[in-house]
Write a protein that binds this ligand. Structure first.
Ligand code: JDK
Length: 273
């Protein structure tokens, strides 16, 4: 997969040299190109922003540097043999970035990221490139960053670990929570490793019982507990056909009850993990 990132803070993308993404690059599984947007400015001050039409606070990123940067990036990529580019534009007003979208992007051969600063990029840039390639405007969550670079790191890490051969077998991702088809879409329960007792905290005994059925049951119950506490929306969204008798019991203890249609709704407030 080829990745291009156009930014006014190329040094912000240094983490792409580290860990999983860095190793994928070193192995040739990811071909990353980071570009300084100011290369495509021609005034003394390397201006990339201007005041917003219609008034209002802040500044807006200008069309021309982005247009030249993207034309050049596309030309260089095609010359290098890349095909099928998509533009990924982080923005607080984008569609939510989900595991499903990570999977979709991981199936594309070429991602071009345009992390902005200020109040974002003049709309006409996205409109122009949408005539040439798919444009994904994405939000990584309901909070406001100061710019799109951190979102590029997040999206790249989520996508890179899905590429064939990037994750070792030991950290395989077929059971990811949030992955389409993960176990009833629950959060995972807690995990433990050696030593068996640490500062007086013992691991749950069932995990050393050697009883695989009981361990699986315990893990599922813990997953329900965590999901009910942290992400009640995921339980409300579940198809109740995915719940067995013990699941229903656990949910009932946690304060959930089925409505006539079968979906589960929380009966009482204030159920903490
Ligand atoms: C890219 C600039 C900062 C600040 C306007 C928005 C409602 C009006 C942009 N998931 C996520 N969060 N934040 C981003 C993101 C922020 C960015 C850029 C991505 C480029 N910024 C910024 C303020 C506004 N403001 C919230 C009120 C817009 C992605």
């Amino acid at each position: 997969m080829r990745l291009d990132v156009v930014t006014i803070f190329p040094e912000y993308l240094e983490p792409l040299n580290v860990s999983l993404v860095g190793k994928a690059r070193a192995r040739g599984q990811l071909d990353v190109h980071v570009h300084d947007l100011r290369q495509w400015t021609y005034d003394r001050h390397n201006t990339v922003d201007d005041t917003p039409y219609g008034g209002g606070p802040g500044m807006v990123m200008k069309t021309e540097p982005w247009g030249e940067a993207l034309d050049q990036t596309l030309a260089d990529g095609y010359d290098a043999g890349a095909q099928g580019p998509v533009l990924v534009v982080p923005t607080p007003s984008g569609r939510p970035f989900t595991q499903e979208l990570a999977v979709e992007l991981s199936e594309r051969p070429w991602l071009i990221f345009t992390p902005a600063r200020y109040e974002g990029i003049d709309r006409r840039v996205m409109d122009e490139y949408a005539t040439r390639m798919p444009v994904y405007e994405v939000s990584i969550g309901d909070y406001v960053l100061a710019g799109g670079e951190a979102a590029v790191l997040v999206i790249t890490e989520a996508v890179a670990r899905l590429l064939p051969g990037v994750l070792g077998n030991a950290e395989s991702h077929r059971d990811d929570s949030f992955a389409p088809g993960a176990m009833a879409n629950l959060l995972e329960g807690p995990v433990y490793t050696k030593p068996p007792v640490w500062r007086g905290h013992a691991i749950p005994e069932v995990l050393v019982s050697g009883h695989h059925g009981k361990i699986a049951r315990w893990r599922r119950d813990e997953a329900f507990r965590r999901t009910a506490a942290n992400r009640p929306d995921l339980i409300e969204r579940c198809d109740p056909a995915a719940f067995d008798k013990k699941d229903r019991e656990t949910l009932s203890i946690l304060g959930w009850a089925p409505e006539p249609g079968g979906r589960f709704w929380r009966r009482v407030e204030g159920v903490e993990e």
